[in-house]
Write a protein that binds this ligand. Structure first.
Ligand code: SF4
Length: 172
């Protein structure tokens, strides 16, 4: 069985910067939880940040890849540089994925860690730009397919393909 890495806030865990969650009640997510294939992760908490915490954005909308490459920073609204914690959290998420052979992740859209299509522009202006978060960049580089909570049907198709492929090879 393929496991799926999922943003903990989508599962109702109160790990958001503001102490809340982003619970997603989609039937597919519920099914995956019932099947025991969901591995929750909150990279920001795993990286050592507390909850609640000041919101953070990637400077200049550079995106997660630029952060990993040392070309952009992650800075909280109070001016604290939290790049190190974001990178550590991404590494923890990647380690989880590797340990469990995870090939598919469903992560919260728009987050500087978990975003896979859009992130905020770095000015705390509420403006989104195309880009991915730090954890998404690390996972994608390692070959994990990252979907947002708006793409659950696509994630399900990918899982199905992976499981069919494994079955064809006669592996467990
Ligand atoms: Fe959710 Fe990811 Fe933000 Fe944690 S880092 S609260 S899992 S979006």
């Amino acid at each position: 069985m393929q496991f799926i890495l999922v943003s903990a806030c989508l599962l109702g865990e109160a790990v958001r910067y503001n102490g809340g969650d982003n619970r997603c009640d989609h039937a597919l997510l519920k099914r995956w939880v019932d099947e025991g294939r969901v591995v929750p992760v909150c990279p920001e908490v795993a990286g050592g940040l507390s909850t609640p915490r000041p919101p953070a954005e990637i400077t200049r909308g550079g995106g997660g890849r630029a952060v990993v490459d040392g070309e952009a920073r992650v800075v909280a609204v109070d001016g604290r540089d939290v790049t190190e914690q974001f990178i550590r959290g991404a590494e923890r998420a990647l380690a989880h994925a590797r340990e469990m052979g995870i090939r598919v992740a469903v992560l919260k859209e728009g987050s500087p860690s978990c975003g896979s299509g859009a992130i905020y522009d770095g000015n705390f202006s509420g403006t989104k730009v195309a880009g991915v978060g730090v954890t998404t960049a690390c996972l994608a580089q390692a070959g994990v397919c990252v979907f947002s909570e708006h793409q659950l049907a696509d994630a399900a198709r990918m899982l199905e393909q992976l499981e069919r492929g494994v079955g064809e090879k006669g592996e467990p």
